[in-house]
Design a protein around this ligand. Structure first.
Ligand SMILES: NC(=O)N[C@@H](CC(=O)O)C(=O)O
Ligand SMILES: [Zn+2]
Ligand SMILES: [Zn+2]
Length: 346
């Protein structure tokens, strides 16, 4: 039997939600991951350091007994965010990053930024104090095709911002295109990218061919196969600028399986097994630790986790639950579309 030991991984982009969903999903992350960057797009969003402190307490209260887990909190950037509050949050150790959602780009982003100019004082302060900006990198301009929104964001928003504020550390989250990969690779400093589990596995055909599959719909939407291959090559290369951010984004089934379904894929349950499968397929099992456990902490200026997890390749298929039942309803677990033999052993 094949086994692989790696340092315990972290998830650098995670949606835990709140209330009954939080209680139902957090154990799926804390079972394998030591830390995660927690997205602030609640309703209402996590805007101030005080909001983040209260949310952190709710997360810790929801943690299953015996699990150790550190939520790394973020603030949702608005046009009214106070630079002093952000600086306080970083100084106190509570805040790891600030998140930019272009208004209307994705789930619960209507309170996001419309005019980046208005957020410049906060961004300048962040550059000064070394606090990273995490970006959902898509323009929301109605004329721009949904498959082009990431590339257009890089050209019209991100690159001008980075030229204006080169000291600002930017994480391009959930990169989905070869344009994004190339842009990150071409930068000399202060730019890195997270890649999700599902974008390494599905392309846009998986969403649309033979019938519409709402549980493969997320934002940024999966692109054509050539982009998926570029993401695979970047993730499995060991390049320190790329790391895991699952973007595990639970929505209860009725909100996905309807005429206007929500974006988001729930991958916390089987991410490490899926990744081991993907990295083995690409003859890169020796790079999995860099992607899931080393590159992320290095980028955020943290130590990698001390303890390790063991992945085991079994002879029989590993069975994952198809659904996660929460007090708020049932959530469908990501189906990679292939049999999985890798299991995380405790
Ligand atoms: N990824 C998604 O499709 N959805 C995320 C938001 C996001 O990360 O854009 C969500 O909060 O549901
Ligand atoms: Zn996003
Ligand atoms: Zn997300």
């Amino acid at each position: 039997m094949k086994t692989l030991q790696i340092r315990r991984p972290d998830d650098w982009h995670l949606h835990l939600r709140d209330g009954a969903v939080l209680e139902g999903v957090i154990g799926d992350t804390s079972r394998h991951f030591a830390r995660a960057i927690i997205m602030p797009n609640l309703v209402p969003p996590v805007v101030t350091t005080a909001d983040a402190a209260a949310y952190r307490s709710r997360i810790m209260a929801a943690l299953p007994e015996g699990h150790r887990f550190e939520p790394l909190m973020t603030l949702y950037l608005t046009e009214h965010t106070n630079p002093d509050d952000v600086e306080e949050g970083k100084k106190s150790g509570l805040i790891t990053a600030v998140k930019l959602y272009p208004a209307g780009a994705t789930t619960n982003s209507h309170g996001g930024v419309r005019d980046l100019e208005k957020a410049m004082p906060v961004l300048e302060r962040m550059a000064k104090i070394g606090l990273p900006l995490c970006v959902h990198g898509e323009v929301t301009t109605p004329e721009v095709d949904i498959f082009d929104r990431e590339a257009v964001f890089i050209e019209t928003v991100l690159d001008p911002l980075r030229k204006r504020l080169p000291e600002l550390k930017v994480t391009m989250e959930h990169v989905t295109t070869s344009d994004g990969i190339d842009y990150i690779k071409s930068s000399k400093a202060n730019l890195a990218g997270s890649i999700t589990t599902h974008h390494l596995i599905i392309n846009r055909n998986d969403i649309l061919v033979g019938g519409i599959r709402p549980h493969y719909y997320c934002l940024p939407v999966a692109k054509r196969e050539s982009h998926r291959l570029a993401l695979r090559a970047a993730a499995t290369s060991g390049d320190h600028r790329f790391f895991l951010g699952t973007d595990s984004a639970p929505h209860v089934d009725p909100l996905k399986e309807c005429a206007c379904g929500c974006a988001g894929i729930y991958t916390s349950v089987n991410t490490m097994s899926c990744l081991a499968h993907v990295f083995e397929q690409d003859n890169a099992l020796d790079k999995l630790e860099a992607f899931a456990s080393l590159n992320g902490p290095a980028w955020y200026g943290l130590q990698p986790n001390e303890d390790k997890i063991t992945l085991e390749k079994q002879d029989v298929q590993v069975e994952f639950p198809a659904k996660r039942d929460t007090g708020a309803g049932v959530i469908t677990v990501f189906d990679p579309g292939f049999q999985i033999f890798w299991n995380v052993v405790d």
